[in-house]
Design a protein around this ligand. Sequence first.
Ligand SMILES: [Mg+2]
Length: 382
Amino acid sequence: MKITNIKTYNVRPRWCFLKIETDEGITGWGEPIIEGKADTIRAAVHEMSDYLIGRDPRQIEDIWTTLYRAAFYRGGPILMSAISGIDQALWDIKGKFYNAPIYDLLGGKCRDTVKTYCWIGGDRPTDVAAAALDKKKQGYQAVKMNATEELQYLDSYEKIDAVLKRVASIREAVGKGFGIAIDFHGRVHRPMAKVLAKKLEEFDPLFLEEPVLSDHMEAFPEIAAACNIPIATGERLYSRWDFKRLLQTGGVDIIQPDLSHAGGITEVRKIAAMAECYDIALAPHCPLGPIALSACLAVDFTTYNAVIQEQSAGIHYNVGRGLMDYVVNKDDFAITQGKICPPVRSGLGVVLNEEIILEEAVHNHNWKNPIWRHEDGSIAEW
Ligand SMILES: [Mg+2]
């Protein structure tokens, strides 16, 4: 079998889908994307196609290594997201060739279901208690929310109090035992991060995400020591070598590599195994589309330390199109009691509606995240 063609499609809300075609008629899908840089990723994918056309798509390890090592320059969000989508599509093809779900090619399932959580509250969190209660009624056992809006290096305690009030309102609405994950989103700087983390302890959050940016990973041990809350991070790390530094630095309890940013299924399996050696859990980051989610599930079902899966149903970013809009076999991804079952079909297990993808691609979305500024006019982290 040989790769004959590679196509990419920018589709709403902010995604890029990739299709790899072969001379045997088997096709594979991937989702190579860095949100806000869709056209850059497409260019990277098409540049990499020189190394792909004519290759046997089943030689995934060698193709991955060629794309990563043989091109001299490596790593970072653009190159690794391009490799991620290609890797997902190669696994999809391989699964379809052997008529097996990817998790069967990776040693078989090690769990029957995987827990998932929903986003609530949007970019500027409001009405979170009602939203959390609604998710609980739908059967979810956990939600995630942004902690705060813009926060300066040193900021007012009124903003801290507003965060505490919001989280308190959720805890009161959903009761004990329901998971409340709190994403600092890299919006919080080190001086306020430890203050906020310490004060959130009383609400027993499921975890704190990106309490500071991974750029400041040396601060994680200090933040971890300041509070009794599991610390999560990793959506802005892109390879084993990035995660090596994090694991060696410590202070982190849950890693969140993104299957569309951190080298795909091949790489995230290795990252997860490294984390397991440190007794660290895996919770793949996935505010993206159905192909990325399927790739996450292939890892979750074959990775002992996988604990919970993010997915984008109802997320505030999904404007115009949603998680299941491109999927034909929606029932295979049903979320029951907050859990997802392993996809049953071969490959990634997702059947896509190509007609809608082609319609969408014509419009070529140009999604960008908002630019935020502090009161003094300086740029704020979004
Ligand atoms: Mg996050």
